[in-house]
Design a protein around this ligand. Structure first.
Ligand code: ZN
Ligand code: ZN
Length: 423
């Protein structure tokens, strides 16, 4: 049988810098090439010695953040959905700006980002792409962010085919913004494990909790500040908050991404609903509008989702002493971020001078995740019923907890960064 060698250059027993190499018969395919942003200095994957084709699962920086550097070294065809490429340029430019502002040496330049678009080949869901006479692949909707994809690679020799499914980041249930993932069958499964040891609360209950919290805050004369990830979460929140009758101010990169997303209605579950929600939005473009936003009871949706920077910090500094206002943390808060610090200790650190800022405003945490929880992952693995399962994109506890389950179904591997498997 044809052998495939898998090498994990990043994203193994960690969340960040996803980068997996598949080699067979001298042909080398790279799946994702991201960066890891948890610590002060970004961490990068070590690139392999050869890449013939590259496939992008989606536009989050932990999957696309190194693509311009990759293309500089290996000017090979890059495959992914059109919207993923478009969003990835925006995020790469923003990430490069932050790296330069902090005074770190970047891995690529603004020109390299533009150059990488020369190699891009947009691919639709379900479209078959032949890489050579042995390798072909299809993308399937992964339900995680607009344009996100799982990659089904087919490796054929002497009429015998082996199908490898890389889930990318996946959400297997509908959200307001996106349809649930479409999951094909496969022989070898490479699955994300972000929530390998955690079950999500009921989505409808979360939405209800958010609406009640926002209304209570506004009724008491305060401001509701929703700290939100720019890509997906912001648009999801706009859909939930539509029709409340209070002004919704949209600040930070979520505004640019909302405009971009509306140019690709095909990827959205209900583009008209988002267009309608956006009609009531006040787009914040300068400090004067920020002052206006907090002058009256209002809803403010702003980046960064984990309070690590961005305009949300302006609002927290101004409203931090107001016990009638509430900050809603609308996604998972990683260890070491301001959001986690606020939940655990009740204060945040000003990134400019490291000064601690104690907040009197209320803090609410709501788990609106774009990843499959443990129960969905179990269901997915059972349905795919693979011969082999490789668990990636999760911390060691998540991977090993999910691995205890998958072992009952198939041979399971939890690789480390830099290690290889061959079968
Ligand atoms: Zn992602
Ligand atoms: Zn990811």
């Amino acid at each position: 049988m044809i052998k495939i060698r898998f090498t994990f250059h990043g994203g193994a027993q960690e969340v960040g810098r996803s980068c997996i190499n598949l080699e067979s018969n001298g042909y080398s395919v790279l799946l994702d090439c991201g960066i890891k942003l948890v610590s002060e200095v970004p961490e990068y994957p070590r690139l392999p010695g050869r890449v013939d084709s590259f496939i992008l699962s989606h536009a989050h920086l932990d999957h696309c953040g190194m693509v311009p550097a990759l293309y500089k070294q290996f000017p090979c065809p890059l495959y992914g959905t059109d919207i993923s490429f478009d969003i990835s340029h925006l995020l790469q430019r923003d990430s490069l700006k932050i790296t330069l502002d902090k005074g770190f040496a970047p891995e690529y330049s603004y020109d390299d980002i533009s150059l990488s678009s020369m190699g891009e080949n947009p691919v639709g869901y379900n479209e078959e792409v032949e890489l050579n006479n042995k390798f072909s692949f299809k993308l399937f909707d992964a339900g995680h962010i607009p344009g996100s994809a799982s990659v089904l690679l087919d490796v054929v020799e002497n009429g015998v085919s082996r199908r490898v499914l890389y889930t990318g980041d996946i959400k297997i249930s509908d959200t307001r913004l996106l349809d649930a993932a479409v999951v094909p069958e496969a022989d070898i499964l490479i699955s994300e494990s972000t929530y390998g040891n955690r079950v999500h609360p009921d989505r409808r209950e979360m939405e209800e909790k958010l609406l009640v919290g926002v209304e209570e805050t506004l009724d008491s004369g305060g401001n509701a500040v929703l700290a939100s990830f720019a890509l997906g979460r912001t648009q999801e929140l706009l859909l939930i908050l539509d029709d409340l009758g209070y002004p919704v101010y949209l600040d930070g990169m979520g505004a640019d991404l909302t405009r971009l997303m509306l140019q690709y209605p095909y990827y959205l579950r209900d583009a008209d609903a988002l267009r309608k929600a956006v009609r009531n939005v006040v787009w914040v473009e300068h400090n004067g509008m920020r002052k206006q936003a907090i002058r009256e009871p209002s809803i403010i949706v702003s980046t960064a989702g984990m309070l690590t920077g961005g305009p949300v910090l302006y609002y927290l500094k101004k409203l931090g002493g107001d016990a009638n206002s509430t900050v809603f943390l609308t996604g998972y808060q990683v260890e070491g971020t301001n959001g986690r610090l606020l939940l655990d200790e009740g204060y945040i650190l000003d990134p400019r001078d490291g000064r601690g800022i104690k907040l009197k405003m209320r803090v609410e945490y709501l788990d609106f995740s774009a990843h499959a929880g443990r129960n969905s992952l179990e269901r997915m693995v059972r349905e795919i019923n693979p011969d082999k399962c490789i668990l990636v994109h999760g911390n060691p506890e998540s991977c090993s907890s999910l691995g205890e389950f998958t072992q009952g179904i198939c041979e399971t591997f939890i690789p480390e960064v830099g290690s290889s498997l061959e079968f």
